[in-house]
Design a protein around this ligand. Structure first.
Ligand code: NDP
Ligand code: HSE
Length: 427
């Protein structure tokens, strides 16, 4: 006879995150039953083969190779999607929602691209689409944005929201590890995406900023509207120069809303060592948020990894089994609202590094170009590099992005300039 108190779920994708969620349900099941009154059972697990089940010592009879079989199983109330990627995840999630099952997903790429399609399907079938695990690993920032700041206008969010790149930059900064070695370590620890290009080129952070920014600013912030730059051009010399000047280099995701002007960008940045984000290291993440009444808040914790992210999944499973589903409080169209203007010519400080001929007058020519474009220099140093070349480094005062880019174009054309080596914004 069916035990009526059992609440059955399924997992699609038993890898790092799906495995972490399974472990938590297995180890804390009694605790969840006692505290939440829910006897959560993983009834079926879908993956390519049953090998991930066997590797974890899970009864292989739980294996399910067919998404239609999962969809048809009326005892399953909630399905966890932890396969990743757009397809077949999108088709599988759609089938689950259409069969009346709530879905819990960690898939930020899919959400950033198709949230606007999936949410109406969930709503039409009266079920929920939960995605706490999609952003900032185990840190409950989605729940906070969705449920805790209704009385505030969130004016800015600034965060380290990719664990892999923060791990790489931290290892390069504190242990002088090479980029490739640090990336390999992040991959073996399960932090990186299946294709780590998504992490190191900033796509993953842009997907997350699209989700977080939409929730924070109550308007659709499509990921394609986010300025994006990854960490692949950050050199050991940049990290050393940052340290000498009192900064750490971090991949930041920055979103701001001022009236109908919205700014959204992902790029490496010099972060002053005394800023709370500078000390966020390894795979830890943090989101620094400002609301017009609550003021500054910082959410901090493990941004990736099996159990921290699994914790967010299990929390969503419990929510899906306990509460009525909630949907967006803004028009989730997947497009930038017509009333919103995207700010491309934002204001920032800049660190610039240029290799020049080591000749009289070169520094002054570079300074002239910057000043002609209205870019004011805060600090400048010149040091000899190889042979008859020199490295010139500038820190600028806050300047407009377009003015700095125009300056660099002009600087690149100067006869005495051999290369523009680095351009990194300063928080
Ligand atoms: P993994 O690669 O570790 O796990 C994915 C699992 O799903 C693997 O077992 C994989 O099998 C299986 N799978 C993939 N495609 C299919 C398919 N078409 N049919 C059946 N099974 C499939 O990934 P993660 O656990 O790291 O990531 C999963 C999701 O969670 C992604 O969306 C990721 O962005 C997100 N995420 C990851 C975090 C992390 O720390 N790793 C943190 C937060 C979110 P196979 O290995 O054979 O491909
Ligand atoms: N690859 C992602 C990261 C996983 O490194 O942050 C967590 O979303």
């Amino acid at each position: 006879m069916k035990n009526k108190s059992v609440r059955n779920i399924a997992i699609m994708g038993l890898g790092t995150v799906g495995g972490g969620a399974y472990d938590i349900i297995a180890s804390n099941g009694d605790y969840i039953e006692r505290t939440q009154g829910l006897d959560v059972r993983v009834k079926r697990i879908l993956d390519r083969t049953d090998a991930p089940l066997r590797a974890r010592g899970i009864d292989p009879s739980l294996y399910c190779g067919s998404v239609d079989e999962l969809a048809a199983d009326k005892e399953i109330e909630v399905v966890v999607e932890t396969m990743g990627g757009v397809e077949p995840a999108k088709t599988f999630i759609t089938k689950m929602l259409e069969s009346g099952k709530s879905v819990v997903t960690a898939n930020k790429e899919l959400l950033a691209k198709f949230w606007h399609e999936l949410e109406p399907i969930a709503a039409a079938h009266g079920c929920g689409l939960f995605f706490e695990a999609s952003c900032v690993g185990g840190v409950p920032v989605i729940r906070a944005l969705g449920e805790s700041f209704q009385g505030d206008r969130v004016q800015s969010i600034c965060g380290i929201i990719n664990g892999t790149t923060n791990y790489i930059l931290s290892k390069m900064s504190s242990e002088n590890l090479g980029y490739a070695e640090a990336l390999g370590a992040a991959q073996s620890l399960g932090y990186a995406e299946a294709d780590p290009t998504s992490d190191v080129e900033g796509y993953d952070a842009a997907y997350k900023l699209s989700i977080l920014g939409s929730l924070a600013f109550h308007t659709c912030l499509p990921y394609g509207s986010i300025y994006r730059e990854g960490i692949t051009k950050v050199t050991a010399a940049d990290i050393k120069n940052a340290h000498d000047l009192g900064y750490e280099i971090k991949l930041l995701a920055i979103g701001k809303r001022d009236g109908n002007n919205v700014e959204a960008r992902v790029h490496p940045a010099f972060v002053p060592k005394n800023h709370p984000l500078a000390s966020v290291s390894g795979a830890y993440n943090a989101v620094y948020l400002n609301g017009d009444h609550v003021g500054d808040l910082m959410f901090y914790g493990a941004g990736a990894g099996a159990h921290p992210t699994g914790s967010a999944i299990v929390s969503d499973v419990i929510k899906a089994l306990s509460d009525k589903p909630r949907y967006c409080d803004f028009a989730n169209t997947g497009k930038l609202d017509k009333s919103v203007s995207l700010v491309g010519d934002f204001v920032s400080g800049y660190y610039l590094c240029v290799t020049v001929d080591d000749k009289a007058g070169v520094l002054s020519r570079l300074s002239t170009v910057l000043s002609d474009n209205g870019v004011s220099i805060k600090a400048a140093t010149q040091s000899p590099s190889d042979g008859d070349a020199a490295t010139v480094m500038f820190l600028t005062h806050r300047a407009r992005e377009h003015a700095v880019m125009q300056s660099l174009e002009a600087i690149g054309k100067l006869a005495s300039v051999r290369s523009v080596d680095s351009v990194i914004r300063v928080l």
